[in-house]
Ligand binder design. Structure first.
Ligand SMILES: CC(C)(COP(=O)(O)OP(=O)(O)OC[C@H]1O[C@@H](n2cnc3c(N)ncnc32)[C@H](O)[C@@H]1OP(=O)(O)O)[C@@H](O)C(=O)NCCC(=O)NCCS
Length: 181
C-alpha cells in the first residue's frame, strides 16, 4: 500500500474511485472529477488557449492523449452550476511513474483550492494503480504551480534548460510515496 506524502486539506473530501468527488465543508459548492470525454475537448481547448496563448497544446494533442490507453484525462466540474468545465488534468503512466503532463484551472476560478483538488486526485489515482512516483515539469517562473507542487511534497530533481519552445527553463519535479505495510 502506498501512503501520500501530501497532506489532504482538512475541508476537502476526495473519493478514490474513478468518479471521485470533492465537497467543501459547508456544501455550498460541490465539485466532481470525472474522466474526460471527446465532447469536453472544445471547453478544455479554450481554457488551454486562454492560459498558454502560443504555448497551448494543439487541438490534436488533446485528442491523441484522450485516445492513448496509457493516459488518464480528468475533468473537474461544478455539480451545482451550469458552468461547464472548471479544470482539467492529464496523467500518463509509464515504467511505474505517473507523469502529470497538464493541470489547469479556468482563469476565473483559480485560487479557490481547485488546482489542489485535481492534483491530489491524480496523485491518489496513481497510488491506486500502485505507482509510487509522480513526476511533472514546471516553468521555473510559474510560481503558483511551483508552490502548489512543493506544498504537496514534490522536490526538484532536474533543471531543464530551454525546455519550452519559447526557450523558458523548467524544473522536473518528483513526488515519492512511502510504501507502508
Ligand atoms: C497552477 C494552478 C493549477 C493552481 O490551481 P489553483 O486552483 O489556482 O490553486 P489552489 O487554489 O488550489 O492553490 C493551492 C496552492 O497552490 C499555490 N498557489 C496557488 N495560487 C498561487 C499564487 N497565485 N501564488 C502563489 N502560490 C499559489 C499555493 O501553495 C496554494 O496553497 P495555499 O492556498 O495554501 O497557499 C492554476 O493556477 C493554473 O491553472 N495555472 C495555469 C496553468 C498552470 O500553470 N498549470 C501548471 C502547469 S505545470
Amino acid at each position: 500500500m502506498l501512503a501520500l506524502l501530501s497532506i489532504m486539506p482538512p475541508h476537502i473530501d476526495v473519493n478514490l474511485d474513478n468518479q471521485a468527488s470533492a465537497t467543501n465543508v459547508d456544501n455550498s459548492n460541490r465539485y466532481r472529477i470525472r474522466s474526460m470525454v471527446q465532447t469536453d475537448i472544445p471547453d478544455v481547448f479554450k481554457i488551454d488557449q486562454a492560459t498558454w496563448n502560443d504555448e497551448a497544446w494543439p487541438l490534436e494533442h488533446f485528442f491523441d492523449s484522450l485516445n492513448n490507453p496509457l493516459y488518464n484525462c480528468w475533468i473537474l466540474e461544478s455539480t451545482t452550476t451550469d458552468y461547464p468545465v472548471l479544470g482539467y488534468g492529464f496523467q500518463v503512466f509509464s515504467d511505474g511513474i505517473s507523469h502529470i503532463t497538464n493541470l489547469c484551472i479556468h482563469p476565473n476560478r483559480r485560487g479557490r483550492g481547485l488546482g489542489e483538488i485535481l492534483l491530489l486526485h491524480m496523485i491518489d489515482y496513481g497510488c491506486q494503480l500502485g505507482t509510487s512516483i509522480v513526476e511533472l515539469e514546471v516553468n521555473i517562473s510559474n510560481t503558483p504551480a511551483f508552490r502548489l507542487y512543493v506544498k504537496h511534497g514534490f522536490r526538484i530533481i532536474q533543471f531543464l534548460e530551454r525546455y519550452y519552445s519559447n526557450t523558458a527553463h523548467a524544473y522536473r519535479m518528483q513526488l515519492i510515496m512511502n510504501k507502508i505495510d
